[in-house]
Design a protein around this ligand. Structure first.
Ligand code: PLP
Length: 392
């Protein structure tokens, strides 16, 4: 019996991804990073059990929630944590803003590798910190870090922190142990804070296992300047439950953040999120295995299809995440034209790469966490776009 269910209908006008179809019912959105795959039944059942208790009053986060997360991080990510090292947060975005406000000062620089998840820029700038863009370079069709330039950028910018997204959204890279160690070394030498966004690290394929910035492999020194942000929401399709974790092994940082957490009552997260997150980490192993195998099939299918049938669209091969970064530069369109033409000629909406910083110009991001037939439809729409452009 299959555990995953790809038969979902999201045509709700308030749905961030599918809401666009209220203005254009023919448009196929392959955008926002959640899945068109049902949130697992065992998680929905656990939430239903809570409803069945008839009272949704105050609750204390259960010890089993912390135990489940600690166990998950140890078994799947080689990260040893204690309950004292954890702070509950409503989301990774809220956690990032919280960390910036309490661990850096107004005017401090924060290095972000570009292209980047767009809210990074918004959160850093609106907290009056300097957004320091560090473009990744492409080698053999994948993003890599030019460490010489990173070192220079750290020195010239005097940045106080570096944000590391692993696996990388939108490029799909799973940074290697060596790359992460090098980032740690450079940051450590300069007393920089490392903010690790590992929200996508449970969406992994047979050819790659992400290493956490807080992994035991990294050693104590490396881990000591790191704050980890993560949740069950990407892998288990729970974005709406708004529950995540912040973890750090640095006692000084922890002390500051715990005090700040009390001041802001930041740990007062949603009861449904507590239940959903605990259930995901307690019972999620088989479901996750199945969904990741399905997503891996989607990834391989889309990658092959694009290479064989639409070679002017050049995909990056995602090592992790359910996001594929597509290079449309061969068509020679401006970013605005490209988005408009994909919609008008292909009836498909992708996330415009330019939203991910200048380094994303000419790219589009495709979310392949959908039923295989929907993915085929999306690829056919891209083919129609390609043919229509060539016919003009
Ligand atoms: C890299 C990355 N970080 C953070 C988030 C947002 O996480 P949250 O919903 O927990 O704020 C996303 C969502 O797409 C993401 O891709």
């Amino acid at each position: 019996m299959h555990l995953i269910d790809t038969n979902v209908n999201r045509t709700n006008p308030n749905d961030v991804k599918w809401g666009v179809t209220k203005d254009d019912p023919d448009l196929l959105p392959m955008t926002v990073a959640d899945m068109d795959i049902a949130t697992p039944a065992f998680i929905r059942d656990a939430m239903q059990n809570l409803i069945n208790q008839k009272v949704l009053g105050y609750v204390i986060p259960s010890t089993t929630l912390y135990d489940a997360f600690i166990h998950w991080q140890k078994v799947y990510h080689g990260v040893s944590l204690t309950r004292e090292q954890l702070i509950l947060i409503p989301s990774v975005a809220v956690g990032l803003s919280f960390v910036l406000r309490y661990l850096t000062d107004v005017g401090d620089g924060v290095i972000v590798m570009s292209p980047y998840y767009p809210p990074y820029q918004t959160l850093i700038k609106s907290n009056q910190r300097q957004f320091i863009d560090f473009p990744l370079i492409q080698r053999d069709g994948q993003y890599v870090i030019d460490f010489k330039r990173l070192e220079q950028r750290m020195d010239t910018s005097k940045a106080k922190a570096i944000l590391v997204c692993n696996p990388h959204n939108p490029g799909g890279r799973v940074w290697t142990n060596t790359e992460l160690q090098r980032i740690h070394e450079l940051a450590n030498e300069r007393g920089m804070l490392v903010i690790a966004d590992e929200i996508h690290d449970d969406t992994v394929y047979s050819d790659n296992q992400p290493v956490s910035m807080l992994s035991d492999l990294m050693g104590e020194d490396a881990a000591s300047q790191t704050v980890l942000l993560k949740s069950a929401t990407k892998a288990f399709n729970l974005a709406g439950v708004k529950t995540a974790f912040l973890a750090t092994k640095n006692t000084q940082i922890l002390g500051k953040l715990k005090q700040a957490a009390t001041a802001e009552a930041i740990e007062e997260v949603n009861t449904f999120g507590l239940v959903a997150t605990r259930t995901a980490y307690e019972q999620g192993e088989s479901w996750l295995k199945e969904v990741n195998a399905y997503l891996e099939g989607n990834r391989d299918f889309a990658y092959q299809y694009l290479r064989e049938h639409i070679p002017m669209i050049r995909p990056m091969y995602p090592e992790g995440t359910y996001l594929m970064w597509l290079d449309f530069m061969a068509y020679g369109f401006s970013d605005q034209e490209l988005d408009a033409k994909l919609r008008s000629l292909g009836h498909i909406a992708l996330n415009p790469g330019i939203d991910y910083g200048k380094a994303g110009s000419g790219f589009m991001r495709l979310n392949f966490a959908v039923d295989r037939n929907v993915l085929k439809d999306a690829l056919h729409r891209l083919e129609s776009f390609d043919k229509a452009v060539k016919a003009n």
